[in-house]
Design a protein around this ligand. Structure first.
Ligand SMILES: Cc1cc2nc3c(=O)[nH]c(=O)nc-3n(C[C@H](O)[C@H](O)[C@H](O)COP(=O)(O)OP(=O)(O)OC[C@H]3O[C@@H](n4cnc5c(N)ncnc54)[C@H](O)[C@@H]3O)c2cc1C
Length: 296
């Protein structure tokens, strides 16, 4: 019987991960760090956490638990805290965590991951004794399979260091770009922040979410960081992605190239985005967008 281990500190994300993990083994065993018993796992090893301890404070005892139980394959989701925990657990196990964009079940497992900042995709066979994988969204198919739901309580002492002082709702907006069916992306082709109104109007007409290239979120700060697409931003798979004034650098394309249809509007006929677009308009966005708005 092959076991797949998962790390969970949040019940909802943990159950989703447990259901996906089923594609890789016969039995899913969860190490739950304050997430209770996971219904989607076959066995949950429950660690009751101290109120002020962060999940990563349990990295060492979790690694010892995994080692003592002979875990070979350990999965974590791609949430910020999960990645932090997975990285520290992997370090205690003496391996490097691998962020997997895709996994092909089999013996050995084949993992694809982005290399050189998204310039290339590396395909690797997992042959190490222990592997810690951080799953990018969509790396494994979602499933609704239920687990056996057994549980054991495990004692673990958190490491000192950072403690949780207060929890506050994140300010600003939340957006689920990954679920959007239509996305309008804006880039540095827009000369002023106020001009984004042209794209906002278009997005509203199309029933699309507004997104952007990284410089608009982390350069001029015209858009929130949650809305930039790419290797270090969000990944989308909409039916339609409309890229306006975006050159199409590889770091951006990594986040959008699973779109069913890509339409690009760019004044430079040689912009790389056109090589990846299904439809392209070579033109000044300040002329094209008002025309589009009139005709939609
Ligand atoms: C490690 C690393 C990670 C990165 N991660 C990301 C990431 O996750 N996401 C991301 O997006 N970028 C990322 N980048 C940055 C990336 O390399 C590009 O710099 C960025 O995507 C370019 O944004 P842009 O297309 O908006 O701007 P530009 O490359 O400047 O392109 C602007 C485009 O607008 C066009 N244009 C100008 N005026 C008009 C007009 N009036 N009408 C129509 N078109 C016009 C131009 O022809 C040009 O093609 C990363 C870079 C590094 C080094």
């Amino acid at each position: 019987m092959s076991d797949v281990w998962i790390l969970a500190h949040d019940p909802a994300a943990g159950n989703t991960l447990a259901r996906s993990a089923r594609a890789l083994g016969d039995r899913v065993i969860a190490v739950s760090i304050g997430a209770g018993v996971l219904a989607a796992a076959d066995l949950t090893l429950v660690i009751e956490t101290a109120a002020q301890a962060l999940p990563e404070a349990y990295a060492q005892p979790v690694a010892e638990l995994l080692r003592s139980r002979g875990a070979k394959l350990v999965l974590a989701d791609a949430g910020t805290q999960s990645r932090l925990l997975a990285g520290q657990v992997a370090a205690h196990l003496g391996v490097s965590p691998v962020t997997a964009a895709g996994i092909t079940p089999g013996e050995p497992l084949v993992v694809t991951r982005l290399a050189f900042g998204g310039l290339a995709v590396a395909t690797e066979e997992l042959t190490a004794d222990v592997a810690v994988l951080v799953l990018s969204p969509g790396a494994l198919p979602a499933s609704d399979a239920a687990g056996a739901g057994a549980s054991e309580t495990v004692e673990a002492v958190p490491a000192g260091g950072l403690t949780l002082v207060e929890t506050r709702a994140k300010g600003g907006e939340t957006v689920d770009l990954a679920a959007a069916k239509r996305v309008v992306g804006v880039g540095r082709g827009f000369a002023a922040e106020g001009d984004l109104e042209l794209a906002r109007t278009l997005a509203a007409t199309l029933g699309a979410e507004l997104a952007c290239s990284r410089p608009l979120a982390e350069g001029v700060d015209w858009m929130p960081a949650e809305r930039y697409l790419g290797v270090s931003g969000a990944t989308i798979k909409p039916d339609l992605y409309l890229a306006i004034g975006i050159s199409g650098q590889v770091q951006h394309l990594v986040g959008v190239n699973h779109s069913k249809v890509i339409v690009a509007i760019n004044s430079d006929a040689k912009a790389p985005i056109f090589a990846h677009a299904d439809f392209g308009v070579v033109g000044d966005l300040y002329q094209v967008l008002p025309e589009l708005a009139k005709n939609l």
